[in-house]
Design a protein around this ligand. Sequence first.
Ligand code: FMN
Length: 414
Amino acid sequence: MKRVDDFRLKFGKKEVVPIIIGGMGVDISTAELALEAVRLGGIGHISDAMVQDVSDRRFDTEFVKEKTKFYKHNIDNSDKSSVQFDLGRLAEATKLHVGRTMEAKRGDGMVFVNCMEKLSMNSPRDTLQVRLNSALDAGIDGITLSAGLHLGSFGLMADHPRFRDAKLGIIVSSVRALQLFLRKTARLNRLPDFVIIEGPLAGGHLGFGMDWAQYDLATIVAEIAQFLKTEQLDIPLIAAGGIFTGSDAVSFLENGAAAIQVATRFTVANECGLPDKVKQEYFKASEEDIVVNTLSPTGYPMRMLRNTPAIGAGIRPNCEAYGYLLDGNGSCAYITAYNAQIVIHPDGKNISVPDKTCLCTHMRNYNCWTCGSLTHRLKDTTHKLADGRYQTLSAEHIFKDYQFSVDQQVALPI
Ligand SMILES: Cc1cc2nc3c(=O)[nH]c(=O)nc-3n(C[C@H](O)[C@H](O)[C@H](O)COP(=O)(O)O)c2cc1C
């Protein structure tokens, strides 16, 4: 019987254990978590979501304070279109976050950074260009393009000296999205080094509509594998979403995937950035507690726990401090929804915004409990302690369980 450890993900001569811990913003997939994957010979992701805030927390910088001070005059203005990011500061924060992570790297694995296109930051092209190139400057091993079609993203890096040597890949949820990406990047004569295929059971934003339940990861992987074969393209495929055991992983590795990307199991790792209190909520969740809704201002459906504090909250938009989701015109669906409530309740008190959520502030404060669809099984991966809490696990334990387990078994911690 095969185990994940019988397989390797190959990038030219470089071989890694085919387990990738997915990017989880905002700083849920911490550098510590990613570095454990690297030490164990796999791939770990950090995320550049809200990188200025992450840098402030990691390195005591004051990027957020500085930006808030600069735009203080606008805080009571319902129009946020004037709030911009200073590109120099954005580069600095990205280089710090990525650079310090790379300096701490030990072991044979690799560190990638997850870059979401939907973080349009009131100037989509310029800010994405700075984020991507700064990560390359800081020595990142690879970049995973996510949350968007990224039709121009390779072009934004094409002049960087590391454009052809760093591992660059994209997350897609359909063969059509991949075809579009390949068509748009063809002129650069540079294929992606990997393609992550994320199915409908993943955490975070979904690359599907609210009809997500009609799709199935194995089918999409087979379709994309067939497309690449027809086109005679040799690109490693990485399956993601709902892969809960080593045996689940092996079935993908035996059917056309070169690696698997996982996240949910690691949300309860000691090294994961979620506060302990939130990890306990993930453990406690039952299947009925896991919902997919349209509260994210990005327009993508998002999976989260039903008791997420972010749901229905009516906090004032905090774009002067954050503003990561402002589109190219300086608007965000949460601001629109919030302003509509202000018209009804002009005093601004006891506001509840039912249809959208302020993702920046809530993700930053770990109050948006996004999760994968198999979160309700986390309780079966550990011990319940005498006080009713569940024991969190080391990332090493979870990683090795994926790597070595057979027969749908999940090893409990000691
Ligand atoms: C808490 C959480 C946050 C996530 N955040 C992101 C993110 O910021 N960007 C992204 O591309 N994917 C995100 N994902 C998706 C994961 O990277 C991964 O591809 C997916 O969840 C794998 O499925 P699994 O959770 O069933 O193992 C997130 C997943 C979880 C559970």
